[in-house]
Design a protein. Structure first.
Length: 311
């Protein structure tokens, strides 16, 4: 008997729930991570109250807020169900502290990745390819925007997902751009991505808002039985404004076959996309390795680094 989507997500959440304790006990590690990045906390109004948002981007040696002559692209990164269940006071911190995004950011800025950066979940040929790519095209940097996402799911088109997506594509991006003019101002400089439940929501929100997101992704997305509906949305988005689409899963991911079926649905509808399958389970160790690293590498390569005039 196949397990339901809800039971799989809850099983993953139970396994990961203890990971919130390092957020309190690992203060030294958090301090070490912070040397690599700027954390910018903000609150953005919604119809259901203010929501916490964390903006994370590289801490530059020249102390600039963005690279000379260009803006940082934006990746809106949605967290998993454990963080959704933790509530709005700390759920938005998942990528930074539980998935150790700053450590991954430092690794890709270093220009040479190791197996330990991937938590061991990497094939030798892929590691060699990534390092060769970084030598030829060094990582330039991105800003990762992590809003709190409630525990929303249901069928494609569910009101809660629509409402959340309208907020992300509208008021959230507008507030981030107003506060931080050194970040992308156009849709070609903005991606939406996420992992597990966040991957499922990111795909629907991205396809519903091609005017806002030039790049759409989902990692280990919790999309069982939603593949055809998401394929239809992707096709509508492609007709309106083409997007760069990437879905990623892993060999031990309970949503691997659903992700493959989504790729088939996209291929049948002739929606250009990339499917990537890497080693690893569906857990926090994966998030801290391939999850964070692939989020950053793909966003940096796929997004426009907008030029900016400087006086």
């Amino acid at each position: 008997m196949r397990r339901s989507l809800t039971s799989i997500l809850l099983a993953c959440a139970v396994l990961a729930a203890a990971a919130w304790s390092p957020l309190r006990s690992g203060a030294q590690e958090d301090d070490e991570q912070e040397q690599y990045v700027h954390y910018r906390r903000m609150t953005v109004a919604t119809s259901f109250g203010e929501r916490n948002v964390l903006v994370t981007y590289p801490r530059r040696r020249d102390r600039r807020e963005h690279p000379p002559g260009e803006r940082y692209p934006i990746i809106v990164a949605l967290h998993g169900q454990t963080e959704a269940l933790s509530g709005p006071r700390r759920g938005h911190l998942g990528w930074a502290f539980l998935y150790r995004l700053p450590t991954a950011l430092n690794a890709v800025l270093r220009g040479r990745l190791t197996r330990s950066d991937y938590q061991g979940f990497v094939r030798d040929e892929h590691l060699a390819y990534v390092n060769a790519t970084l030598r030829a095209r060094p990582f330039r940097g991105v800003a990762v925007v992590t809003p709190y996402m409630p525990n929303i799911s249901g069928p494609v088109g569910a009101d809660a997902v629509r409402e959340y997506g309208d907020w992300v594509a509208g008021p959230l991006l507008a507030a981030v751009r107003e506060r931080y003019p050194g970040l992308a101002q156009t849709r070609d400089g903005v991606a939406i991505d996420g992992i597990s439940l966040g991957g499922r929501v990111a795909l629907e929100v991205g396809f519903r808002h091609p005017e806002a997101f030039g790049v759409v992704g989902g990692m280990q997305p919790a999309i069982r039985n939603l593949e055809d509906d998401l394929g239809d949305l992707a096709l509508e988005a492609a007709h309106e404004r083409p997007q760069r689409v990437r879905v990623l899963s892993s060999v031990e991911d309970p949503f691997l076959w659903a992700t493959r079926r989504l790729s088939t649905a996209l291929r049948e509808r002739r929606v250009p996309h990339t499917l990537t399958v890497v080693p690893g389970p569906h857990d926090y160790e994966f998030n801290r390795g391939p999850g964070s690293i692939e989020l950053l590498l793909h966003g940096d390569a796929a997004l426009l680094h907008e030029p900016v005039d400087e006086e």
